[in-house]
Write a protein that binds this ligand. Structure first.
Ligand SMILES: *Cc1c(COP(=O)(O)O)cnc(C)c1O
Length: 395
């Protein structure tokens, strides 16, 4: 090694550690590098034209991101994926990459509100129109698809917060027969579910179950290789790329993904049954309960688990909901879901006011609605906490 160089030069070109052949790290290293170089100009040219594999600039691609993308695609049963800096970035970039002026989109009143905002406030400025329906209105979907040429249908299942279950086979068959793409924001059900359906594109907020620990934002778009290839250029120029260190944290979270999902869903089921039997509770919405209006559909579509979001109606209105929420010790009053800590949110606090009057009831949110996201605490402690808070809500 030429140590003739002066020290200021040396710190720019430090000694390198190369692992000998056959020797490798068990946990893949984080490629915390923006740039990559090839051996010479000829190779660089080939690399930039995509004729040889490799990496050049991390906004386009990076080995740590690629590693996460390969894993996520496989988890969802598709060929390829692109990861983004947040779940909302995945939704926005996916819509921009797929839509053009004059296109029409169907979305639903029960959807994640930034998705509706993107269509209503942003894409509308670029001449993209949309129709808003209830996810329960499949006749309305059929009518809309018949009357308006539609580029894509974007939906969720179960929906947030009242866990309505989309009839996925019916929805996808309708969309397919009318030439519309289906985009499922599958964050609630998770990467391990819904892969068997005829869905073109899956979106995920990796901020939730995938990373699992509430310490990192991320998003993903998962589809067949052709679709992902066609979107990659647009994603690169939007630039909402995931940071390699964030990708590493998500990869690390994925190692305990199944353990967490299983445990959190099992605890959610116990919590749902406890709430259902409680006199201070007038209704519980959890797809795993026999009393859920679409339990049979949920059972057919969600074959692994029913998730960790339990929503219920407390007796006593806004004041009782407030007393209950403030009395909880182990549930943090915070948005999001799928983290290791349990969370509580009275959704009326964050209820968007954009829904047309006719669709407000479809949201299912009332002044009594409370959403719980179940974490990894001992189930006995969570039940005891809910029990004392429900008692306090009544007085
Ligand atoms: C949280 C969430 C998102 C957005 O994800 P961020 O990572 O917070 O941007 C999108 N869709 C659903 C269903 C979500 O719950």
């Amino acid at each position: 090694m030429p140590v003739l160089m002066k020290k200021p030069t040396r710190v720019q070109h430090p000694p390198e550690v190369e692992l000998p052949a056959g020797n490798q790290a068990l946990v893949p290293p984080i490629y915390q590098s923006v740039k990559f170089e090839y051996a010479d100009v000829a190779q660089t040219e080939q690399g930039l034209r995509g004729r040889i594999p490799g990496f050049f600039y991390s906004r386009h691609s990076n080995p740590t991101l690629r590693q996460l993308e390969l894993l996520l695609a496989e988890m969802q049963g598709r060929e390829a994926a692109l990861v983004t800096s947040s779940g909302v970035a995945a939704i926005g970039m996916c819509l921009f990459a797929l839509l053009k002026q004059g296109d029409h989109v169907v979305c639903f009143a029960e959807s994640y509100s930034p998705t509706r905002q993107l269509l209503k406030k942003v894409l509308a400025r670029f001449g993209v129109t949309h129709t808003l329906l209830s996810i329960e209105d499949m006749d309305g979907l059929e009518r809309t698809l018949r009357e308006k040429p539609t580029r894509l249908v974007i939906f969720e299942s179960p929906t947030n917060p009242v866990t309505k279950v989309a009839d996925i086979p019916r929805l996808t068959a309708l969309a397919r027969s009318h030439g519309a793409l289906t985009v499922l924001d599958n964050t609630f059900a998770g990467l391990h579910q819904h892969g068997e359906f005829d869905i073109d594109i899956y979106l995920h907020s990796l901020t939730k179950y995938a990373s699992g620990h509430g310490d990192v934002l991320g998003g993903a778009v998962i589809a067949n290789a052709d679709l992902i290839r066609s979107m990659h250029g647009d994603f690169t120029v939007f630039g909402a790329t995931l940071d390699p260190h964030a990708a590493y944290l998500i990869l690390r979270g994925m190692k305990t993904y199944f353990l967490r999902c299983r445990e959190q869903a099992a605890t959610a089921m116990v919590v749902a049954r406890f709430l259902e039997a409680h006199p201070q509770v007038s209704a519980v919405r959890y797809p795993g309960l026999e009393s859920h209006p679409q339990h049979a559909l949920a059972r057919a579509q969600m074959q692994e688990d029913f998730g960790s979001v339990v929503t219920f109606e407390i007796r006593g209105g806004l004041e009782a909901a407030r007393r209950f929420t403030d009395a909880l010790d182990y549930f943090a009053l915070a948005g999001s879901l799928g983290s290791t800590e349990s969370l509580v949110m009275p959704p009326q606090l964050v209820q968007p006011r954009d829904l047309p009057a006719a669709l407000v009831p479809a949201s299912g949110i009332t002044e009594n609605t409370i959403r719980l996201s179940i974490g990894l605490e001992a189930v006995e402690d969570l039940i005891a906490d809910l029990s004392q808070a429900l008692e306090k809500s009544a007085s």
